[in-house]
Design a protein around this ligand. Structure first.
Ligand SMILES: Cc1cc2nc3c(=O)[nH]c(=O)nc-3n(C[C@H](O)[C@H](O)[C@H](O)COP(=O)(O)O)c2cc1C
Length: 173
């Protein structure tokens, strides 16, 4: 292994199938700490996280969100939310980028802990925003960006190298 951090990045993949083993609160806290370690514009940190571990709530989200059906197997989920009015100038335009950076850190931290996770989209699909907001009692000024089901991976999974030379333009296009 060249470097542990790089190896963790290269081997992360979306995990959509989980065992029944429960994710500990300790691991969830480490994952949230990683999320909050993300960069954000002017360090405003315009994010908030709803952590769901109750089976009936995971099932309700599963039932109502069309592209998050793996919630029926996940034993936890983190909902990354944006707080666009966190400051006067920056968070309104930058909260999606900031929360996306936090989300990637969450996915990488889960993988580093031997867990599996997947980004399932909420914003900008207004129907999914409404569903998520209603189920989790999220205030009107807070926008759920995604739901991240988390669990112990059921399968080893297949890692693909997505490096593509044609996506790179050295020095100039
Ligand atoms: C913005 C965004 C939205 C996504 N939404 C979903 C989703 O709703 N459901 C899902 O199963 N996967 C979703 N994904 C995961 C992608 O399908 C996945 O990242 C992609 O296929 C590449 O696979 P990998 O993560 O294993 O590298 C989403 C990923 C991103 C970045």
């Amino acid at each position: 292994m060249e470097n542990e951090a790089l190896d963790n990045i290269y081997t992360r993949r979306s995990v959509r199938s989980f065992t029944a083993e429960v994710v500990s609160r300790e691991d969830l806290t480490k994952i949230l700490r990683a999320g909050m370690a993300a960069p954000s514009a002017v360090n405003v940190q315009p994010w908030a996280f709803v952590v769901v571990t109750k089976r009936d709530v995971l099932d309700e989200l599963c039932l109502q969100l069309p592209y998050a059906k793996m919630l029926d197997q996940a034993t936890a989920a983190i909902v990354v939310c944006g707080v666009p009015d966190k400051d006067q100038r920056y968070s309104k335009n930058y909260w999606v980028m900031d929360c996306s950076a936090a989300t990637e850190n969450i996915l990488l931290a889960a993988h580093a802990l031997g867990l599996g996770a997947v980004w399932t989209a909420v914003h900008p699909e207004q129907d999914r925003v409404d569903i998520t907001r209603t189920i989790l009692n999220i205030p009107k000024n807070i926008i759920p960006l995604n739901v991240i089901p988390i669990g112990v991976p059921k399968n080893k999974g297949h890692i693909t190298d997505k490096f593509k030379k044609e996506n790179i333009h050295w020095e100039t296009w």
